[in-house]
Each structure stands twice: as C-alpha cells, then as structure tokens.
Design a protein around this ligand. Structure first.
Ligand code: SF4
Length: 475
C-alpha cells in the first residue's frame, strides 16, 4: 500500500506537504519522499527509508533547504518515490499508489519497441512510477497519456504528477483507492486521507471520481479528463481494517462504519440467541476497537481494554526483516491489564481473521493469564483470497489463509467451488468452517460478520464496493 499528498498554494507549501504526507505514515513502511518545484530552484526531491524511523524524523533537517509553491509527497511500501522524469511533456515528478500486475509485460513491450529502457532497483524490478511515466509520454498531452496508462495498467493506479505549473492528480479507473481535494484561502491540496489536511487549515472540496484527471493550481481545479461514477469499486477493507479512523471515503467515515459494523454483529447475536454471557467486550487494538465499541453499545455488555498497545518506542514503521521477529514485536506491543483478564469471560472483536497465528497466540496468552472464556467476533467474513487489486497483502499464498487451508483439507482442489458457501456461516459448509476455526484457535465461541452486514455498515450499494477478498467476485 501507500499514500500521497500534494499542495498548490499562493505561498510556500513545503511545510504543508511535509505534515500532509506524514499523516499517511500508517499506509506504508518502506520509503517516504517529497518533491517540490520553484522557478528559482527548479525541482528538488528527497527520498528516505522509513523502515526503522518515522518519516518526520528523516525530513526534518532537509526542510529548510526545500522551497516551492507546488509539491507532492508519498509514503510507499514498495518503490522509492516520487521519481523525477524528463520527456517531451516536460520535467515532472511522479508518484503512484496501487499495483501494476502487468509491469513485466509493459516493460518488455518498451524493450521490444526500443522506446524506453529503465533503471532497475536493487530488487531488479523497475520503479512503477517510471513505467507509468513512460506510458504517459507515449501521447501528446498529460490527459491523453494518463488515459492511455489507465487503459494499459492492469491492477490499480492512482497518481500525482508535479509539473512546473501545477499538480495533476488521477484516480484509479475503478476508484479502488480514494483521492480527495482540500481547499483553503491559499489554494488547494490533494490527498489519499481526508483527515490529513484538516489540521493544516483546509476543508474538503470534493473527492475525485473513478478515472477522473484534474490539474490543480493555487487558483483553480481544472478537469482534464471526466470521471466515471458507475465504475466505482472502492476497497471495502479501507473501512474494515486499514483506513485511518477519522478518514472519510465516499462520504462514509471509517470510525462510524466500524462502530455500526459492531452494532450489526451484536444485533445478529441477539436475534440468533448467540450473545454470550461475558464480563467484557474488548477490541483487538487498533482497528478491532471501534468494532468492539459498537458491539458493546448494542449488546449492553461493558467495554474494557484488557490489552493496551505500547506505541511510543514501537512506531508502526519498525518492520524487522524476519517474520519471527515481527511476531515478537507484535506481541511485545500488546501489554495486558491483569485485573481485566483473570477470572473473566471475555469477548474480543478483531478486524479480520487472516492466518490465525497471532490470534491463537493471543488466545493462549489470555488463558495462561487466567481468562475463563475467550469468545471472538470477526468484523468481516473469512478472508478467502489474497488482494490482487492493491499492493496490500497479508499472505503470500492463499493456503496461508486459515479458511482456505481448512477448505483445502476438507475438499482438496475442488474446494474453490464451494468458497461462497464456506464464506456464509448460515450454510452447513460455513458452519463447519466456523466451528473448525473456533476449535483450532481454542475459542469458546466464534462468529464472523456476514458480507451483507459489512456492506450494510458501509452503507454504499454492494455494486460500488470491491469485496473480492471475501467473495472472489471480480469486476
Ligand atoms: S481484494 Fe480486498 S483488499 Fe483488495 S481491493 Fe478488494 S476489498 Fe480491498
């Protein structure tokens, strides 16, 4: 994943881009970069590794040497960005978020036609923004070039381009990820996260439509390419798990959706007679917490925090190389409150169940510390497919997913035929899967949110949402 922020102002924008980009740090852990343009100093660009220290600490010293009324910044989980390019369309800085699934094929086309050669990164991959820049440069204008890139890229591509006279922003053709424009008396900003500009004095102007292309200057927003509202397939996981709580996508606030989602799960348990008799409802920090608050509000069971996350010296960007060390760090961050665990019956709500490994360890820890019962509610249905639309994956193979592993054990290769049934714990296969996950994770009870419950909590029509990782439904 990743996120970006840009600003075009009547005054210097370096500070705004610095803080606006920093507010996207939850979306990526590898590289952070910024680029500015001023007539006096031309393009200035800095990129740093943010693997072991936050974006802010890396750029603080550099800020004094940067200037410009227009600039962009990017947090990335993959490529170093923004990159600087020169083509017949002029000098530009480009950053993008998403994934190019046909990157290899596009590069080979360029090599075969001798139209471009690319510098490779140490991983031997070509920087995704370089591929996008080369596609855009095939045409005679940014609007035509971006349209061409939108047609050719398989996957997801939302981008910001810094030119000498403004910022061009283009949202992915399916609007899988958001882009929102903010305005202030000094000009405009453009951002993935809507909350990122609130404290910088901007107000939301509007969200871009899928495929829409705009040029932003300090004075105006000019539409270079119309958007297509009917194409919207925004990622539902933004609300369930990885979007920041105060962000608003398509008019729906993340925190509000999560709370509503928890209420719907509690309502189901009440109607179904499966509301357990527990002392507390608790959320697995961080994203599980608002789902749990909703569950507690609706069920009337008190909310408590038997685990509190220690974050001051464990920034999210601290990402050790080995999985073993990453698991250890995840455990070390969660500090228990013993009085809220010993002798207690607890119901936890987590954002999702992916591999199940960390959850099993958490459950074991709770029992070792004297919990009498541990119930779990997953805020979304079982994850059945790895994401192929974003650079967002919490598993390398589908058999890493606990649900798929169990289905494979039950049905072998034929299992994929029954995934819809297994996703729905009202069906016999769905019940069997739920009960088996419950047994393997040593839970007292387990329920998954239903897909229609998640969709209802978002409040948008299902056809506007991407639900592929649960339903396998493709566009
Ligand atoms: S597959 Fe899942 S994570 Fe990927 S875009 Fe769709 S809903 Fe989001």
């Amino acid at each position: 994943m990743g996120g970006f922020f840009g600003a075009a102002l009547k005054r210097d924008c370096v500070e705004d881009v610095f803080f606006g980009t920093d507010y996207h740090s939850h979306l990526g852990t590898r590289r952070g970069g910024m680029a500015f343009y001023s007539p006096e100093n031309g393009f200035q660009r800095g990129i740093h590794s943010i693997e072991n220290s936050p974006f802010r600490t890396k750029f603080e010293k550099e800020l004094a040497g940067m200037s410009g009324n227009i600039g962009i910044g990017c947090i990335s989980d993959t490529d170093p960005q923004p990159i600087l390019l020169r083509s017949k369309l002029g000098r530009i800085a480009v950053c993008n978020i998403g994934i190019i699934n046909n990157a290899e094929e596009l590069c080979n086309e360029f090599y075969d036609s001798r139209l471009a050669s690319f510098e490779t990164m140490t991983s031997s991959k070509v920087n995704s923004s370089a591929i996008i820049g080369a596609l855009i440069a095939q045409k005679d204008s940014f609007a035509e070039g971006i349209r061409y890139a939108q047609e050719r890229v398989e996957g997801t591509m939302s981008l910001l381009i810094l030119t000498e006279d403004g910022i061009i922003a283009a949202r992915d053709k399916f609007g899988r990820l958001p882009i929102v424009i903010g305005e202030s008396e000094d000009g405009y900003c453009v951002s993935f996260e809507s909350f990122a500009f609130q404290k910088l004095g901007y107000k939301t102007r509007r969200e871009l439509l899928p495929a829409e292309i705009v040029r932003i200057t300090a004075d105006k927003i000019e539409v270079l390419g119309e958007g297509n509202p009917d194409a919207l397939r925004i990622c539902t996981f933004l609300w369930t798990y990885y979007g920041y709580p105060n962000s608003v996508y398509e008019g729906v606030t993340v925190e509000t959706m999560r709370t509503r989602n928890g209420e719907i799960m509690a309502e189901y348990d009440i109607q179904n007679g499966t509301l357990p008799d527990v002392d507390y409802v608790c959320g697995v920090p961080d994203s599980g917490v608002p789902h749990a608050i909703g569950y507690a509000n609706r069920s009337g069971i008190p909310f408590a925090r038997p685990f509190i996350k220690y974050t001051p010296t464990w920034p999210r960007s601290f990402m050790p190389q080995s999985q073993e060390m990453r698991n250890k760090v995840a455990k070390m961050k969660l500090i228990p409150v013993h009085e809220l665990i010993e002798g207690k019956k607890l119901l936890f709500v987590d954002d999702s169940i992916v591999r199940g490994t960390q959850m099993r360890e958490t459950v074991e820890f709770l029992y070792e510390n004297g919990a009498k019962e541990v119930h779990m509610r997953s805020a979304c249905p079982p994850i059945m497919f790895g994401c192929k639309y974003l650079n967002f994956s919490r598993s390398t193979s589908e058999l890493d997913l606990i649900a798929r592993r169990i289905i494979h054990e039950y049905e072998g290769e034929e299992g994929v035929k029954y995934i819809r049934e297994y996703s729905d714990s009202k069906t016999e296969r769905g019940k069997r899967l739920r009960d088996e996950i419950c047994r393997r994770l040593k839970l007292t009870s387990l329920e998954f949110q239903f897909l229609d419950g998640t969709v209802k909590a978002v409040g948008l029509p299902e056809c506007k949402l991407c639900t592929y990782c649960w339903s396998g439904k493709q566009d």
